[in-house]
Design a protein around this ligand. Sequence first.
Ligand SMILES: CC(C)(COP(=O)(O)OP(=O)(O)OC[C@H]1O[C@@H](n2cnc3c(N)ncnc32)[C@H](O)[C@@H]1OP(=O)(O)O)[C@@H](O)C(=O)NCCC(=O)NCCS
Length: 174
Amino acid sequence: MAAPLIRSARQSELDDLARLEVQAGELFHSVGLSAVADHVPDQQALSRSQRQGLVWVAEESERVAGYVVATVLDGNAHIEQVSVAPTHARRGIGRRLMAHLETWGRRNDRPATTLTTFRDVPWNGPYYRTLGYRELPGAEIGRELAAAMQHEASLPGMDACRRCAMIKYNRHPS
Ligand SMILES: CC(C)(COP(=O)(O)OP(=O)(O)OC[C@H]1O[C@@H](n2cnc3c(N)ncnc32)[C@H](O)[C@@H]1OP(=O)(O)O)[C@@H](O)C(=O)NCCC(=O)NCCS
C-alpha cells in the first residue's frame, strides 16, 4: 500500500474526525480504561484548531485513516491529539502523522515536540519511546504543559499517577 497522503483537515470533515477519535479510543476498554474510551471529543476545540491550520489528516484511498492536532505549549510544538482508525492501525500511519507535526514544529523554529500520555499503556508511553520521545522529569515541565496536565487530571479516568509528559528535541538543548 502506498504511503498515506498527509494534508490539512477540512471543516466539513470535523464530524468524521470526532467519530474516528471515538472509534480509536475504544482500544482503552481493553486495558480497563473505559472512562477514557468513553471520553467525548471537544468538537469546538477541534474546530478552532482546524481554523488555525493545526489539524492534519492521513488519507488513504480517499478515506481519512487518522488525524493529528497540534498546538504550542511553552514554545514547543505539542501533540494535542493523534488518532488512527482501528481499520488502519499498526501500519505506520500514527508515526507518519506525528512526523508531520514534528516537521511543522521544526519549520516554525520550535525547539522540541511534547505530548502527554499514559506511561504504561502499550500504544502510549512505550510506543512514543520507540519514536524518540523521553519522559520529562517534573522539574522540567513548563508552566503551560503543567496546566494542560492539570486539566487532563480533572477528566474521568485520567489518573494523574499514570500520566506523564514526554519530549523529543529537534536539537539538543544547550
Ligand atoms: C496511538 C495510535 C495513534 C498509533 O497509531 P498507529 O497508526 O496504529 O501506530 P503505528 O502504526 O505508527 O505504530 C504501531 C505501534 O504502536 C503500538 N501499538 C499500536 N496499537 C497497539 C495495540 N493495540 N496494542 C499494543 N501496541 C500498539 C505498537 O508499538 C505498534 O507497533 P507494532 O505494530 O510493531 O507492535 C493509535 O493506536 C490510536 O489511535 N490509539 C488510540 C488513541 C490514542 O491513544 N491516542 C494517543 C493519545 S496520547
